[in-house]
Design a protein around this ligand. Structure first.
Ligand SMILES: NC(=O)c1ccc[n+]([C@@H]2O[C@H](COP(=O)([O-])OP(=O)(O)OC[C@H]3O[C@@H](n4cnc5c(N)ncnc54)[C@H](O)[C@@H]3O)[C@@H](O)[C@H]2O)c1
Length: 284
């Protein structure tokens, strides 16, 4: 039996942003290994689509409409999930958006949405669920979606980059809080390299400056042509979480390269290094 099936099978999984991409892939894997999957997304129809995929493959799943940028919705959501199921073994704070555009050109609403979904969504997901998990007395695993972008810098993806640096720091401190309080809650930082998802689709860029379109399209094409297979990446994520790893990667070699660059940047205290990709996109 696969390690994730042994550790997580029979438990309840909560996955935010599970109507598409990585969230949907993790939800499908959780369904496959015998978990009851709570598929939460702001897009109700997309959540229902993931539930159909899980149930038609013989798994158990429920769709929930949830906007992670609203802390009070996360509070209600956690209460209702615990009232109904009494436990959560796996919590994946995954919902996130990409935002493209120069800092001073991204409209306030898009800046706020990026910070609220990507940072506050993760923080309040943890804040809402952890007291219930502690009260249940059961062992649990929390995975927060970081990114290789958490270790680098990318001009014109500044809003997104800021949020991923924040989530990475949050997960590191949360891990230590669990250790300090001796709680049976394992924390993982999930670091996707590049998985084929809808995050750079044209419609996901609504509210960005008009001149962001070419950058978004270049990233979309790169992800389409070079991105890793989604289900394989998500299988790797749950396998590593089941081994209680803090660092969870889809493409470890990509993570290593970017983290290596970060180490040199900090050690030598040099100015930020322009990624080749940024120059390439800007020249197009
Ligand atoms: N795809 C990659 O290669 C990659 C790389 C690094 C990090 N990530 C991270 O993985 C996570 C998922 O990204 P993806 O690539 O699967 O994107 P995606 O666009 O395919 O899916 C994101 C899902 O989140 C949902 N969502 C958006 N706002 C929401 C909100 N307010 N409340 C609830 N749900 C909401 C969307 O409806 C969508 O179903 C993000 O946090 C992203 O930063 C992805």
């Amino acid at each position: 039996m696969a390690r994730d099936a042994e550790v997580f099978g029979g438990g309840v999984a909560v996955v935010t942003g599970a109507g598409s991409g990585i969230g949907a892939g993790i939800a499908r894997r959780a369904g496959q290994i015998g978990m009851t999957v709570i598929v939460a997304d702001i897009n109700e129809q997309a959540a229902a689509g993931t539930v159909d995929e899980i149930t038609s493959a013989g798994g158990k799943a429920e769709a929930w409409k949830l906007d992670v940028s609203r802390p009070e919705e996360l509070d209600r959501f956690a209460e209702q999930v615990f009232a109904r199921h009494g436990e959560v073994r796996l919590l994946i704070n995954n919902a996130g958006i990409e935002t493209v555009g120069y800092t001073w050109e991204v409209p306030t609403a898009r800046w706020e949405a990026t910070l609220n979904i990507n940072v506050h969504g993760v923080i309040h997901g943890v804040r809402a669920f952890v007291p219930h998990i502690i009260a249940s007395g059961k062992e649990a695993w929390i995975g927060n979606l970081s990114s290789v972008g958490a270790f680098g810098h990318m001009p014109a993806q500044t809003a997104y980059t800021v949020t991923k640096h924040a989530v990475q720091a949050f997960s590191e401190c949360l891990y230590l809080e669990m250790e300090l309080k001796n709680l049976p809650i394992h924390v993982s930082s999930i670091v996707p390299g590049m998985l084929r998802t809808n995050i750079f689709n044209a419609e996901a860029g609504e509210g960005e400056p008009a001149n962001a379109q070419a950058h978004r399209r270049a990233m979309f094409e790169m992800m389409r042509d070079y991105g890793m297979d989604l289900d394989e990446g998500c299988r790797l994520f749950l396998e590593q979480m089941a081994e209680n790893k803090f660092w969870v990667h889809s493409q470890p070699e990509m993570s290593e390269q970017i983290i290596g660059g970060r180490i040199r940047f900090l050690q030598d205290q040099i100015p930020p290094i322009m990624p080749d990709l940024a120059r390439q996109i800007a020249a197009d």
